[in-house]
Design a protein around this ligand. Structure first.
Ligand code: GLN
Length: 275
């Protein structure tokens, strides 16, 4: 028999201390305060076995969020499974930029393309209850995760399965947000830091020898047909892609084209407006 405090200490010798703590808390169903104040509380044999499996999976490089089944984004908790990309903190910039553009509108129509776990659509709906939200993804498994997250946060979203704008007909929006796949197929980053465990469909356009911009080209190219007058397209991209994305936005006839920096001072989101 082993207490939760000892289980934490022992796991910490094999994996990161915070990861160990969060896994013990998940398995034991306890809080951080319990770990400190009731550290002698015993784990059952089954809980101990579960912990061992999770520690081994973590040692094998699986991202903590998949082991926990959840990840934080913009102060909210989201369910994640390997069917969706794990939300990244830099994507919070996209939320701020979108919110700034819809706050003065009475019932802004917002579209999230490639919603994945649904973090963008759900967070925007949470922060802006007047918004009318639509979210599209190609993956039915991702849409199942996203609708679970929408239900958990009680945000109403019209989820549609399909390829970018294809399921939308003639609908137009005040703001379109997207965090599409943009990592180039050859980027060694795809083989590191847990990325091999994430859906490649969410990370890269898969074009061999390409620049990673195939999806961004599709999204930007048809944006004008799906924006209301004065509406904005805001799109996340890679650290070396801002200038190329601005060029695409200009070619698509959008105005006020600009890029914004994330907390690491990297140009991470670019956008433009339909006149
Ligand atoms: N920012 C992610 C990464 O570098 C990729 C996100 C994406 O392709 N949309 O891991």
């Amino acid at each position: 028999m082993i207490g939760i405090g000892d289980a934490w200490r022992s796991a910490s010798q094999r994996i990161d201390r915070l990861d160990a703590r969060l896994l013990v808390e998940r398995v034991a169903g306890c809080t951080h305060a319990d770990l400190i104040a009731h550290s002698a509380r015993l784990l059952s044999a089954a809980q101990l076995a579960t912990l061992e499996v999770l520690v081994r999976r973590r040692l094998g490089g699986e991202p903590l969020a998949y082991l926990l089944g959840s990840a934080g984004f913009y102060g909210l908790e989201f369910m994640v499974t390997p069917a969706v990309m794990i939300p990244r903190p830099e994507t919070e910039l996209l939320v701020d930029l979108a919110l700034a553009r819809v706050q003065s509108l009475p019932a802004p129509r917002i579209l999230d393309l490639g919603t994945g776990s649904g973090v963008l659509a759900v967070t925007l709906g949470w922060k802006c209850p007047a918004a009318v939200l639509t979210a599209v993804d190609l993956s039915p498994a991702a849409l199942a995760v996203a609708s679970g997250n929408a239900a958990m946060h009680e945000v109403a979203i019209n989820f549609l399965a399909g390829d970018w704008y294809a399921p939308l007909g003639e609908q137009r929006f005040d703001v379109i947000v997207a965090n599409p796949p943009y990592v180039t197929h050859a980027d060694p980053h795809l083989q590191q830091n847990g990325l091999p465990f994430e859906p490649q469909l969410a990370l890269t356009d898969g074009v061999v020898g390409g620049d990673g911009l195939a999806c961004i080209r599709d999204i930007v190219g048809s944006a004008a047909a799906h924006l209301r007058a004065g509406g904005w397209l805001l799109i996340e991209h890679g650290y070396q892609q801002a200038a190329a994305v601005r060029t695409l936005l200009c070619q698509a006839g959008l105005t006020e084209v600009a890029s914004w920096r994330d907390l690491s001072a990297i140009e991470r989101v670019s956008g433009g407006r339909l006149r």
